[in-house]
Write a protein that binds this ligand. Sequence first.
Ligand code: GLY
Length: 378
Amino acid sequence: MENKKIIIIGGGVIGLGIGWQLAKAGATVTIYERAQAGRAASWAAAGMLAPLAEAHSEEPELLKLGCQSLERYPQWVNELENDAEMSIGYRVEGTLVVGLEPDDTHQLRHLYTAQQDLGLDVEWLTGREAREIESALSPRVTAAIRCATDYQVDNRLMVTALQRAYQACGGVLHENSAIEKIVTVNGVATGVQTQNGFQAADVLILAAGCWSAQVEGLPDTTIPPVRPVKGQMLALQMEEGITVKNVIRTVRARYPTSVYLVPRTDGRLIVGATSEEMGFDTRLTAGGVFELLRGAWEAVPGVYELPLLETWTGLRPGSRDNAPILGKTPVENLVYATGHYRNGILLTPITAYEIAKLILTGETSETIAPFQLDRFIM
Ligand code: GLY
């Protein structure tokens, strides 16, 4: 491996995470990032590590992958914080999924039953029990599900830490450097064409998030089915008397839309997110911000008083079946790590560890085998 040359296309948490693991193992790694590293979906995310709260009975493989990645988090945090010499704000208070009216309670019950059928460790709470855990919750909260093991991490700190750790291990990062195309010869990836000419590689890893399908040079049948799904978000500043400790998610059976509130150690309260099929449009809208604020205010009325610190949008890399696309492709020496959709931060450790292992050993592990591109190729 020592002399193997790896090129990664995309410098978000996925590209940086894989790059860090490979550079640490002795590979020569170069990342080409079209803009600034980690400033797209990785920066926009809320950092929820929530396989239980987001469980869907029709996506058992994705749930399993999310739980496996969550299990790897303590090791990941320890290793990354050591290598980067900084905290990444990992918090283990857990998540409360709350309903605000009788219809919501029915929907919550449906989720709870599905979670139980899947064997997940969740707890049903009355509104009063939920308020005993999180006193900022509205008296309107009718019921809640406690997902005590759905944690959170500060994704922006994780970006900074990954960049530091990657570069400390000798990884090379080219920012504002979109590649012109992937070069293949007789079905084998040989390198990338850049503004500075052809760069050869033994292995190419495509980790370009929602831009992955736009990369030139891929044979038609190998283009990953990944599209942008817009999310609008905002941050409030918590103040004395109005603090939230748990991650809170609302389930709304009818209008308005569900929201989540994620309290950070530095006092920021992240509120998200809309989910919009708007292509690469990243405009913030009055309606989007209004819905987020209204949803947050209904669950935690005290937010009405809080200063609004920041608003932003992000583009989730959504795949056709909501699951990531990981591993080998029909093009030899071309590996995918993309399409993480709503779970990029949660799935970063398992993706980084398993894709690095694939490159180092040549073997696809059972963990990622169900997520290869070939599931879309008829
Ligand atoms: N996982 C949260 C979101 O995609 O909004």
